[in-house]
Design a protein around this ligand. Structure first.
Ligand code: ACO
Length: 389
């Protein structure tokens, strides 16, 4: 049930905007979205240029420190991340106690939070602590995602390989095979596309947590928990389930009609910010086609294209178009990534944005403490238990 949008706060007169729709909650110099034009920039650089020319680690550096790194800065950052990829055997042993049937996002949230036990707290104003925390989180999250995948299959996690770059190493740890360079490059681009997206739910969650001056591991753990929901990062899992349910391109129109008549949302469609096709979906669709040209076609892609085509007349007039989640699952499926790891893969990327917002929040911090419009009972007399009905 949506809340009414015309309630006002008794003292301030400020209107309640459910979901804070359109309400600025912070000032930020990290990412800008033009939802009418379909333009996404990180620190002023268009996403298209970054996806074509940058790497995930370079983009992460840009997001977190505000400028593209020099050659030396990038080499130092890449080396530091490479040196910190391993996770303690104690974290791995803890993960072995997790139920194999549990969702990998829950495993990731717990493991990310556990890092706070190992690294000292409350030094968040020390630039070296900040650098080390950034490096550790970016380095270890992929290792933890891959480790849980092997652990739940009853295997021991495999160690990172120092000769492999960031994305290639993750795919290697996950699939136990060194990936094709094109597959690794495409995956790296997917990470760039998902690295940051202004004040989405998980980033807002990260900033709220950061504003209490807690440690960055708690910041990332709270953001992982927020990303897990089906209206946010979890939607990419549901998109593939939908494509399978539709089955063939011919069924697309009937599926949409039935879903809309039942007031069901079409997963992978719609966005609070974009009123046109999400620019990340445009790039991802091109990556899907590049993948298929090299590694073979996937018929679910034909279903996806048919859904997009049929949705144009049905959802387009409401400004509802494919979002980032609509095509990403098809890329991940081709890369051999299990479906319930799609959202953890999103987290591997988004940790860059969360950390950029963590730093920015600390730069001009004020603890988040919004108000509410109370809609509960007025003062009531205490009722003894025997008199309650
Ligand atoms: N399918 C059908 N109708 C939709 C969809 C959709 N995917 N999304 C929005 N609508 C409709 C709503 O039913 C509503 O119609 P109404 O005004 O007639 O009641 C209208 O569009 C506005 O929808 P809201 O849910 O109020 O829009 P909001 O901005 O709150 O939601 C959201 C955005 C959550 C992304 C929504 O579009 C959605 O649930 N999409 C499906 C899930 C999804 O793909 N999530 C991933 C988003 S991207 C990301 O998080 C990485």
């Amino acid at each position: 049930q949506k809340q009414s949008g015309d309630l006002r706060h008794a003292r301030t007169g400020i209107e309640l905007r459910p979901g804070l729709d359109g309400v600025p909650a912070t000032q930020s110099a990290i990412c800008d979205i033009d939802g009418e034009q379909g333009l996404l920039t990180y620190r002023g650089y268009p996403m298209q240029d970054l996806a074509a020319n940058s790497s995930f680690l370079e983009t992460a550096f840009l997001l977190i420190w505000g400028e593209l790194p020099s050659r030396d800065q990038l080499a130092e950052f890449e080396h530091a991340v490479q040196m910190h990829r391993r996770v303690s055997f104690r974290v791995r042993d803890m993960m072995k106690c997790f139920p194999a049937s549990g969702h990998p996002m829950d495993a990731l949230q717990s493991s990310a939070a556990s890092l706070g036990l190992f690294y000292s707290r409350r030094a968040i104003d020390d630039p070296q602590y900040v650098y080390d925390a950034v490096v550790r989180l970016i380095a270890k999250i992929p290792t933890m995602v891959a480790a849980f995948q092997l652990i739940r299959k009853g295997q021991d996690p495999i160690q990172p390989r120092d000769d492999l770059a960031y994305s290639a190493n993750f795919l290697y740890m996950l699939t136990e095979r060194e990936p094709d360079p094109l597959a690794a490059r495409i995956f790296d681009r997917c990470l760039m596309l998902h690295a940051e997206h202004s004040l989405n739910a998980s980033t807002f969650s990260a900033r709220v947590t950061a504003s209490t001056l807690t440690d960055p591991y708690a910041v990332v753990a709270s953001a992982v928990g927020t990303l897990a929901g089906p209206l946010h990062g979890g939607a990419n899992e549901d998109v593939l389930a939908m494509l399978e349910e539709v089955g063939t391109a011919e069924n697309a129109g009937a599926y949409l009609d039935e879903a809309m008549a039942a007031k069901r949302k079409i997963m992978g469609f719609g966005h609070r910010e974009y009123k046109v096709k999400d620019p990340r979906a445009v790039i991802l669709q091109a990556l899907v086609e590049e993948m298929f040209a090299r590694f073979g076609h996937d018929e679910l892609y034909d279903v996806a294209v048919a859904i997009e085509r049929e949705a144009e007349s049905r959802l387009g007039p409401k400004g509802i178009y494919p979002n980032v989640d609509f095509y990403s699952g098809l890329v991940y499926r081709k890369l051999g990534i299990p479906r319930d790891l799609f959202t953890p893969v999103f987290a591997i990327a988004r940790v860059a944005g969360w950390l950029a917002h963590w730093r920015e929040q600390l730069g001009a911090n004020r603890i988040f403490r919004p108000s509410q419009i109370y809609s509960g009972s007025q003062l009531r007399a205490w009722m003894p238990i025997d008199e309650r009905v």
